[in-house]
Write a protein that binds this ligand. Structure first.
Ligand code: KG4
Ligand code: ZN
Length: 335
C-alpha cells in the first residue's frame, strides 16, 4: 500500500511517500524558520500562506523523485490536528481534495500519533506495547502505547510544553527562534553545578509535568548575575539539566508503574543530545531499551504522517467526504 503524507500543522511543510512493502520512497521538507525568525516565533497567518505556496510543488517533487504517479497511490494522509487552524486547513483541504480527485481514501492523522509512531520508521523499530515520551513544541506527554490506535495518556504538562520552555528560555538568553538546538549547544559550554534549577513536580507522585516555572527561574537568575557569555552558558546548562532530569525521572517512574521495559522518545525535543544520552543511561540501568526516530524525524515531517496514515488505512479507517481541522484534539479521544 502506497500512502502520501501531508504535514502542515505548524511551521514546516512536510511531504512523504510511504510504501508498506518498500518503506519510505521519498520525502521533502520546507522549514519556515527563516520566515518567522525575525518575529521571534511563528506568525500563524504567514505560516498558512507559506504552506499554500509550498505544498503542491513539494508533492510533485516527492512523487516524481520516487517515480510514482498518482494512480499508483492507495491513500492520502494529512495532519488534521492539533496545531494552528489556518495551517492545518491547508493540508486538510488539499489532502481531502486530492484523494477525492484521485478516487482513493483520505485519512485524517493526529499530529502526536505521527510523532509517537515515528520510531517505527527506523530499521531498529520498537515492538508494541511500549511507553512513549512525546516532547514537542506544543505537547509533553507520557503515553502507554498498547497497539496502533490504543493509547492511554499517563501524564502531560499542566502548562508549558518542554519545547516551549526551551524556546522561551532561549529567547530570554538572546538565542534565536526556535531555540531548542541553540540552548543545547550553549549548555555544552556551560559549567556544571554553578546553578541548580528545580526539577518541577518530581517530589510528589504522578506523571504530570510543569515547565513554566523554569523560564521564570532562568529570568531571575539572569537578573541576579552578570550578563556575560559564560553566565548565559551556565544558565543554559542548568536549564537543560533540569528539563532532562525531570523527563527522565518521570519516564523511570512510568516504567516502574506499568512494568514496560520499552521506551520511545519522539517530538522535536527528543532530538536533544543530553536527553538522548540521559534516557539511554536510565533505560540501560532499568534493564530496558529506548528507541528514537532519526533526528530529522524527531521534528515535524511528512514521513510520520504517511506512516500513521498507512496504519489507519490498513485498519480500515478513512475520513468522510467532508473535512474539518481540529486545532485542539486529544490523542486518546480520536476514535
Ligand atoms: O515536534 P516539533 O518539531 O513541533 C511541534 O510539534 O511542536 O517540536 C519543535 C520543538 C521546538 O520547541 C524546538 O525548540 C524543539 O522542538 N527542539 C529541541 C531541539 N530540536 C528541536 N529542543 C531541545 N533540543 C533540541 N536539539
Ligand atoms: Zn510536532
Amino acid at each position: 500500500m502506497k500512502v502520501l503524507g501531508i504535514e502542515t500543522s505548524c511551521d514546516e511543510t512536510g511531504i512523504a511517500l510511504y510504501d508498506s512493502e518498500r518503506g519510505l520512497l521519498g520525502e521533502a521538507l520546507h522549514s519556515q524558520v527563516e520566515l518567522h525568525q525575525r518575529y521571534g516565533g511563528v506568525v500563524p497567518e504567514l505560516a498558512s500562506r507559506d504552506h499554500v505556496r509550498r505544498v503542491i510543488p513539494l508533492i510533485d517533487q516527492v512523487l516524481s523523485s520516487a517515480d510514482c504517479h498518482a494512480e499508483y497511490l492507495d491513500g492520502v494522509a494529512y495532519t488534521a490536528g492539533p496545531g494552528l487552524v489556518g495551517a492545518l486547513l491547508v493540508g486538510t483541504a488539499l489532502g481531502r481534495s486530492l484523494a477525492f480527485a484521485w478516487g482513493i481514501p483520505a485519512v485524517a492523522v493526529h499530529h502526536m500519533e505521527g510523532h509517537l509512531l515515528a520510531p517505527m520508521l527506523e530499521e531498529e523499530a520498537p515492538t508494541f506495547p511500549f511507553l512513549a515520551l512525546l516532547v514537542s513544541g506544543g505537547h509533553t506527554q507520557l503515553v502507554q502505547v498498547n497497539a496502533p490506535g490504543d493509547y492511554v495518556l499517563l501524564g502531560e504538562s499542566l502548562d508549558d510544553a518542554a519545547g516551549e520552555a526551551f524556546d522561551k528560555t532561549a529567547k530570554l538568553l538572546g538565542l534565536g527562534y526556535p531555540g531548542g538546538a541553540a540552548m543545547s549547544a550553549l549548555a555544552e559550554q556551560g559549567e556544571a553545578g554553578r546553578f541548580r534549577f528545580p526539577r518541577p513536580m518530581t517530589d510528589r507522585p504522578g506523571l504530570d509535568f510543569s515547565f513554566s516555572g523554569l523560564k521564570t527561574h532562568a529570568l531571575t537568575t539572569v537578573r541576579e548575575h552578570a550578563d556575560d557569555e559564560q553566565t548565559r552558558a551556565d544558565i543554559a546548562r542548568a536549564f537543560v539539566e533540569a528539563v532532562v532530569d525531570t523527563l527522565i525521572i518521570k519516564c523511570r517512574r512510568a516504567m516502574e508503574q506499568n512494568g514496560l521495559r520499552t521506551l520511545i522518545a519522539a517530538g522535536g525535543v527528543s532530538a536533544n543530545k543530553q536527553l538522548r544520552a540521559g534516557l539511554q543511561e536510565m533505560v540501560r540501568d532499568a534493564g530496558g531499551r529506548v528507541y528514537f526516530p532519526r533526528p530529522a524525524f524527531c521534528t515535524d515531517n511528512g514521513a510520520m504522517i504517511a506512516y500513521a496514515g498507512y496504519l489507519r488505512l490498513a485498519a480500515g479507517q478513512h475520513a468522510p467526504l467532508g473535512f474539518a481541522a481540529h486545532p485542539r484534539w486529544s490523542l486518546t479521544s480520536q476514535n
